[in-house]
Write a protein that binds this ligand. Structure first.
Ligand code: DGJ
Length: 738
């Protein structure tokens, strides 16, 4: 890996074994992107990659006879107003009303390792030798402001992490109206854009569309990233790229607030990609000496298909974004009471459910919503973080100790960013919610959003929840967030500062997460938002797992987890076996399938096991034993390959293969059963072609080499799927080297 500056041609080349990224300082001292993709041999001069020539209607930004025009140049971090008519990466409004700036090369620094981002989550290194970084300082002499573009290239992964920082030194204040984290330009438009989009209970479906001239984008404006609707991710793949071959560029924003992920194709067929904080509602004044730091964008290039890209994201996010004690540890098998009781419980009922969970080998009991204040339904109580003594006479301290005495750990649900108007907290601080005085306060699930842009609000919640955790025995926290944000207005901020509110909220949220995770380093945090409405890389920095979706139906979960796996590692996906008929879809799927899906995640149960038949309980016990035996392999020590997409037909399949390729667990899932069906031929991927494996499914077992399993496949009589339950049946395959 290296970051090299070629003085004579003023060219930066960032490269490792797999990728190259080349930037040049042009004749007007602005930056141009010459190349991003598969690694190319380093040399002094790549200037021939600059495309320039006279065109009619061209606006030229250098003195004559030069013909440099920004509209036809692949820029590194473009600005609007000097001849480029595409969307800019940033806008700096000045006191005279102009937003014309000219940031030109001033200096640069190359160093080992990677710097953290102030107040923001970001990927990191453990040893400086894991990565090299480049910071290019650009300066606008009129506003007296610097713009620092940062790049980190990892030594052993096709990853470049980027961010931008604005440092204002001038006397007159300026206002950032747009500040993307990164912009990249590719020289053609022969790509398909992939994004993860959906809604509550169908989060992160894989969507693919051909690029067309003009703008195509996904965005989040609901305050919690893109909510359940859009994930802060997009990929550009060649039309011929498959799961296991072909080129793909992945872009993922490490942020939890409003975002824009946009691709703009010019009519000259350049493709410009940019990601960052959404400019809508964003406006950040910078006075002398002040800075603005954008969140990080992680860019992954793979020429080994979508699985290649995903595996890079998985490894990076699992080991160099997630942190703390739980980062490298398999996750406890848990039971959560939400779908078992909703709000209707008392301590005796909880203990009965917990006792059954203990009997089958569950390790962590999680008490969900409904334990605090007057919380007997979702109209009241949020904000009052003390136990409801009618339900729990000895409080959380008492209950948690009883659960521990049974031999399990205790986990607790909280929703720390919210308040119901019917709560002691709201009655004491009605001005603490995001809302505009004199205007209607939009509500959702009967609740309102606490204004986390105000440090005193964050401090109060920190104190309250900190003491509760301190006095109880809590090993896990599920941090929920059940509504989107509206009326983003901070009552204590000046009128000119209101454009900072949404981003300050996210900084406040990160601050609270940071303080709590530092104070309680043993606790496993799981983020959640009405299911999977805030599944983003930003939160993975604090909480190494997230609840994937409120949809716990076995078949639907295949789609949700399949889509999520494009970016996020298996271990980060909270996945539970729930009762049938399913609460969201009223569908009945085999118990076996529900577990076969959930075991590719942070595994647990979400039902009252007392209501199961004896044979079902036996099956649950077997599932828990299986998970304990295989969780290290599936969650930590393996690479994950998607095999068959549930978005393309009746079937789906995936496999987790140990890094030494000696073991694997694969699952095939079907939706509807077929009558008099042909045989199924399941072709695996990622195995060592020369190794001999013992493949076992159900009572059946056979030996085959990796190449046979990948190219010839495993023939399976579909009649076996009828035996396994018919509709929504699944088959798990265990592979071991002979
Ligand atoms: C939404 C979550 O996704 C559920 O799992 C549950 O915790 C409820 N909130 C509780 O209100």
């Amino acid at each position: 890996m290296a970051v090299i500056f070629h003085e004579a041609t003023r060219t930066f080349h960032l490269f490792n074994k797999e990728i190259s990224y080349i930037i040049r300082i042009m004749e007007n001292d602005q930056l141009e992107n010459l190349y991003y993709g598969k690694r190319i041999t380093d040399k002094e001069d790549f200037t021939y990659l600059h495309e320039e020539g006279m065109r009619s209607q061209m606006s030229v930004c250098v003195p004559e006879p030069g013909v440099l025009s920004m509209h036809y140049t692949k820029q590194e971090y473009p600005v609007y107003g000097t001849g480029d008519y595409r969307s800019p990466a940033f806008t700096v409004l000045q006191e005279n009303g102009s937003s014309i700036v000219n940031y030109i090369y001033f200096s640069h620094e190359i160093f080992e390792g990677k710097k953290p981002l102030a107040g923001l989550p970001a990927t990191y290194v453990e040893e400086a030798s894991e990565a090299q970084s480049l910071e290019i300082r650009l300066r606008d002499s009129v506003t007296e402001a610097d713009l620092i573009l940062s790049y980190t290239i990892y030594a052993d992964a096709p990853v470049i992490a980027r961010n931008a920082r604005f440092v204002h030194m001038g006397e007159a204040p300026v206002r950032l109206e747009r500040a993307m984290s990164a912009s990249v330009e590719l020289p053609d438009m022969d790509y398909e854009m992939i994004h993860l989009s959906g809604a509550w209970s169908r989060e992160r479906y894989v969507k693919t569309r051909k690029l067309e001239m003009g703008i195509q984008a996904v965005q989040g404006l609901c305050g919690t990233c893109g909510g359940a609707e859009h994930n802060p991710f997009l990929a550009l793949k060649r039309p011929c790229t498959t799961e296991n071959s072909g080129e793909v560029y992945g872009f993922s924003l490490v942020y939890s607030g409003n975002f824009l992920a946009q691709v703009e194709v010019s009519t000259f067929e350049f493709t410009r990609v940019m990601l960052g904080i959404h400019p809508e509602g964003f406006s950040w004044e910078l006075k002398t000496g002040e800075e603005f730091q954008t969140p990080e964008v992680v860019m992954v290039y793979s020429d080994q298909g979508l699985n290649g890209m995903s595996q890079v994201f998985h490894r990076l996010y699992r080991t160099r974004l997630a942190r703390g004690k739980w980062r490298d540890q398999p996750r406890p098998v848990l039971l959560n009471n939400w779908e078992a009781t909703y709000f209707d419980f008392d301590e005796a009922k909880i203990l009965r459910i917990a006792e059954k969970a203990r009997e089958v080998g569950v390790e962590l009991f999680v008490l969900d919503d409904g334990w605090f204040g007057a919380r007997n339904d979702d109209y009241r109580g949020l904000g009052d973080w003390y136990a409801n003594r009618t339900k729990l006479p000895e409080g959380i301290a008492g209950l948690s100790r009883k659960i521990e005495a049974m031999g399990m750990k205790f986990g607790l649900w909280v929703e720390l960013e919210m308040v119901n108007k019917d709560s002691d907290l709201y009655r004491a601080h009605p001005d603490w919610i995001l809302s505009v005085p004199g205007r209607f306060e939009t509500h959702a699930r009967h609740q309102h959003v606490l204004d986390y842009s105000r440090p005193e609000v964050v401090d109060y919640i920190y104190e309250k929840i900190g003491s509760l955790i301190e006095e109880s025995s809590i090993s896990y926290i599920k941090w929920d967030m059940n509504r989107y944000m509206t009326e983003p207005y901070c009552k204590t901020a000046l009128p000119g500062e209101q454009g900072k509110t949404m981003h300050r909220y996210i900084l406040g949220l990160y601050d609270l997460y940071d303080r709590l995770t530092r104070r309680f380093p043993e606790i496993l945090f799981e983020s959640c938002a009405s299911g999977g409405a805030r599944f983003d890389p930003g939160l993975l920095f604090y909480a190494p797992q997230a609840w994937c979706s409120d949809d716990t139906d076995g078949a639907e979960r295949v789609k949700i987890q399949y889509g999520t796996s494009l970016v996020y590692p298996v271990v980060s996906m909270g996945a539970h076996v729930s009762a049938v008929p399913n609460e969201q879809l009223f569908r009945t799927t085999p118990l076996d399938t529900r577990a076969n899906v959930a075991c590719f995640g942070a595994f647990g149960y979400e039902l009252d096991l007392n209501l199961l038949r004896e044979d079902e309980l036996k099956e649950v016990k077997r599932q828990v034993e299986f998970m304990k035996k295989y969780r290290r392999l599936i969650q930590i020590d393996s690479d994950f390959y998607r095999l068959i997409s549930p978005f393309e037909g009746n079937d789906a399949a995936w496999i987790a293969i140990s890094r030494d390729k000696k073991q694997a667990v694969a699952v095939f899932y079907q939706k509807l059963n077929r009558v008099n069906a042909s045989w199924l031929r399941l072709r695996l991927a990622g195995l060592d072609p020369d190794r001999l494996y013992q493949v076992t499914w159900g009572e059946q077992s056979r030996q085959a080499h990796g190449d046979e399993l990948m190219y010839a496949g495993i023939p399976i009589d579909r009649g076996y799927l009828t035996e396994k339950g018919g509709d929504f049946a699944s088959i798990m395959f265990i592979l071991k080297e002979v």
